[in-house]
Design a protein. Structure first.
Length: 328
């Protein structure tokens, strides 16, 4: 036994850490599945559920498989899904993106029919639909900004016509939120909100997604339109511009490598803020877990908590269903 004289004159932080109920009482940040959005990849065909190798646990689903998945999402208490489409055919302009019977349009109709209360968010971008894999119209090897805006706006309107509750432009063309807002308003969809991928960085962490969505650029990269990873102040300008153009929810993407941007955005803006915990962040967790290097449940919940603590109201994550089950 060590002789102990009781000491004074310092703060005993540990008083509130002695028992779980005490810790829970003073916990500043908690997770709620009601703040999660679950991304889903939709592919052509029937009876298809193709695993994505770099994203263990995630699949590309054919439309007929969506109702069962949607039931699981709703039962988990997750209120929304985010759809990405893998079209039958790609072309220079990405015309299946706005086709009335395009893959996402079919998926939206099927989901709204099967589970009407589940929110359906659609990603608005051309990269899954263009033969070259870039997010806009090409002139030579350059991605043209303004000619792309009309195509994005048409895509958004067609998703909403199919029943989408919320549209989420991810292409990073300038002025697309304005173009989409105007097109929706003109078509009589003033009530449909826009969630803008406002500060979307040119990130290595989208690698697994591009395998899943078949959207790897055939030449070059996306640094001519997505943000440079070094730019925090510019991220705030991007967010301010999207708010000015009419975005209802603004997003920072990826999440973990950009928690500082998220925290600064939280300080600066009053709009609802979303963070996208992207495919590469998911892959890192899964890889470490598969090797027995991390405890999956604790590492996942800690990661999601950090995103909330940094300031996100909404988290888009491939971990949504597992996390929701752990939070029960
Ligand atoms: C489409 C898009 C991408 C992601 C969401 N929308 C890929 C990209 O920009 O290359 C990435 C999502 C993820 O990695 O989970 N432009």
């Amino acid at each position: 036994m060590i002789a102990t004289a009781t000491r004074t004159g310092f703060t005993r932080f540990r008083r509130l850490r002695r028992k779980e109920p005490l810790r829970a009482l003073v916990r500043e940040t908690t997770l709620d599945p009601g703040d999660f959005i679950y991304p889903i990849f939709v592919q052509p065909g029937r009876g298809q559920e193709t695993p994505i190798s770099a994203m263990p646990g995630q699949c590309q689903y054919s439309v007929d498989r969506l109702p069962a998945l949607a039931e699981r999402v709703a039962a988990a208490g997750v209120p929304a899904v985010l759809l990405f489409g893998i079209p039958e055919h790609k072309d220079e302009l990405g015309s299946e993106a706005w086709a009335e019977h395009g893959i996402v349009q079919q998926a939206v109709r099927e989901l709204k029919r099967a589970v009407p209360d589940l929110l359906v968010v659609t990603d608005i971008c051309l990269c899954e639909y263009t033969s070259h894999g870039h997010c806009g119209v090409l002139a030579g090897d350059q991605v043209e900004n303004d000619p792309t805006l009309d195509l994005l706006a048409r895509t958004a309107v067609s998703h909403v016509e199919a029943g989408a509750d919320l549209v989420a432009p991810s292409d990073m063309m300038d002025g697309r939120v304005q173009a989409i807002r105007q097109a929706l308003d003109l078509a009589g969809y003033q009530h449909v909100p826009v969630m803008a991928y406002a500060a979307k960085f040119a990130s290595a962490f989208y690698g697994p997604f591009r395998e899943a969505a078949g959207s790897t650029p055939q030449f070059g990269d996306r640094r001519g339109y997505q943000m440079d990873p070094g730019n925090g102040r510019e991220a705030l300008r991007e967010i301010a511009a999207d708010i000015e153009e009419g975005a209802d929810i603004v997003m920072v993407k990826p999440a973990l490598p950009y928690l500082d941007v998220l925290a600064r955005a939280r300080e600066e803006f009053r709009h609802p803020l979303a963070a996208y915990h992207v495919s590469g962040e998911y892959a890192m967790l899964k890889a470490a877990v598969a090797n027995g290097w991390l405890d999956e449940r604790r590492a996942t919940l800690e990661t999601l908590t950090s995103i909330r603590r940094a300031g996100a109201d909404v988290i888009i994550t491939y971990c949504a269903l597992e996390a929701a089950a752990w939070l029960r």
